[in-house]
Write a protein that binds this ligand. Structure first.
Ligand code: SAJ
Length: 430
């Protein structure tokens, strides 16, 4: 571990971005103070535990015991830091507009402790212009000047929860400052413990880079979901089409249809750009159209359930429906913006008796729905009128599921292709 005793890094927000960053910096010998408004997060970290799936508690414990890492709710201690990295949430408000309240709160705390020589870096995904228009005024209100007394950069987080290969240290890190000196100062700090830095010419460039990365995903997922809707009408198996297209060794990138678009990044980030462009009188048509199509998918899934029941002369009302997986993607327990919640609500509204099984989500308490994950047994499977695969967790035994269910709607192409040899429609058994 190379020592950087002179540098103290402050990280505001100890979530899925902040805690991995704290651990990587601490392991490089940088002293880290983690700041969080949630006292229980502070207590978890200070007791050498971890509340983040990708951060082993042993890593936290070692750094806390080695006095390289401590956590606090006391924002006045930001003045002790040479560098401050802001890793707070940037959700959407109820009206689907950017909610930058967490960035504003962090800006206030940072400006109260701002001193000559500090490097401030915003890592939270946001619309191009936020660093210069929101953060900079708050910091220069202290009388200190950017690029001269302190440095200010944007450097997007690129954490992919659950990714076994790419982590905070080895994922290339884009960084752009308000001035070139800011960019240089940011690079000089991060290269102490990150493998690859990608300096760009401004904070707006860095902000736009991140938004493009996630808009690219949202739009391509929208395209493949529309392809699924088209394939249904043509009687073609969309997954077979995608697998065949994916044999093209160049010029194609595989995305797969599903029950909709979940997570706290992909469904959210493109709307930050849409909002910003509306203020500049420009309509981001691809983003809006992709969002429209992705939001339609839960309704499409419920139509497939209705179609399956119809084949047995049953209605949705009173039907026993078992959802398999409610997390927004496989092998994690995060249900934020999960399309499974939309499917669940639609089925309950239609009078179905809905239960779910998700090994990563022991209980659901979302928007008025309170359910606990049921144990998955032969009986539970065979009792359901319809089972619906919404999240294709790796640990599910799909052959056993297919054998025991009466009817199966598979929104992830996870179950074995049924023996008829025909393509896999969304209704796999029924
Ligand atoms: N999805 C599809 N079809 C696809 C891919 C995804 O329906 O082909 C759905 C997923 O089921 C999920 C949603 O879209 O509901 C988002 O999936 P995601 O794979 O983009 O997963 P996220 O939200 O965890 O995205 C993160 C992103 N990381 C950050 O924004 C920091 C993204 O940049 C990563 O590329 C992505 O993980 C990843 O590759 O897993």
């Amino acid at each position: 571990m190379t020592e950087h005793p002179s540098t103290t890094l402050g990280i505001i927000g100890l979530g899925y971005v902040g805690l991995p960053l704290a651990v990587e910096a601490g392991r490089a010998g940088i002293r880290v103070i983690g700041f969080d408004v949630n006292p229980s997060v502070v207590d978890i970290v200070n007791s050498g535990e971890s509340h983040i799936q990708d951060v082993p508690a042993t890593h936290v414990e070692k750094l806390v015991e080695g006095r390289c890492l401590e956590a606090t709710t006391d924002m006045t201690r930001l003045r002790e830091c040479d560098v401050v990295s802001i890793c707070v949430p940037t959700p959407l408000s109820k009206t689907r507009d950017p909610d930058v309240s967490y960035i504003l709160a962090a800006s206030k705390s940072v400006s109260e402790g701002l001193h000559v020589g500090q490097v401030i870096v915003l890592e939270s995904t946001t619309y191009p212009g936020t660093t210069r228009e929101v953060l900079l005024p708050a910091l220069e209100a202290t009388g200190l000047r950017v690029g001269k007394d302190f440095h200010l950069c944007f450097s997007p987080e690129r954490v992919d929860p659950g990714n076994p290969k790419w982590n905070t240290r080895n994922t290339p890190k884009v960084i752009g400052g308000i001035t070139q000196e800011c960019t240089a100062a940011g690079v000089a700090f991060y290269e102490k413990f990150l493998d690859t830095l990608v300096p760009v010419s401004s904070s707006e460039t860095a902000e736009m880079t991140k938004i493009l990365e996630n808009t690219f995903r949202a739009v391509n997922i929208g395209l493949v979901n529309e392809t699924a809707l088209i394939a249904e009408r043509l009687g073609v198996d969309v997954w077979e089409v995608i697998e065949a297209a994916n044999t093209k060794p160049f010029g194609f990138m595989k995305f797969t249809p599903g029950p909709g678009l979940g997570g706290h990044c992909i469904p959210v980030d493109p709307h930050y750009l849409s909002w910003k462009m509306r203020t500049l009188n420009y309509k981001t048509r691809f983003i809006e159209l992709a969002s429209e199509i992705n939001s339609e998918m839960p309704y499409f899934v419920v139509d497939k359930v209705r179609e399956a029941l119809n084949r047995k002369k049953k209605s949705v009302h009173g039907a026993r429906i078992l959802l398999l997986g409610v997390a927004y993607k496989r092998d994690i327990g995060d249900v934020r913006e999960s399309p499974a919640l939309d499917v669940l609500k639609l089925l309950i509204e239609d009078g179905a008796v809905v239960s779910y099984h998700d090994p990563f989500v022991p209980k659901l308490h979302e928007e008025g729905v309170i359910l606990e994950s049921v144990e998955l047994t032969d009986e539970v499977l065979s009792d359901a009128d319809v089972a619906v695969i919404l999240t294709d967790h790796s640990q599910f035994n799909y052959v056993w599921i297919l054998e025991n269910v009466r009817m199966l709607v598979d929104t992830r192409n996870a179950s074995p292709r049924h023996d008829s040899g025909a393509g896999h429609s969304w209704i796999v058994k029924g």
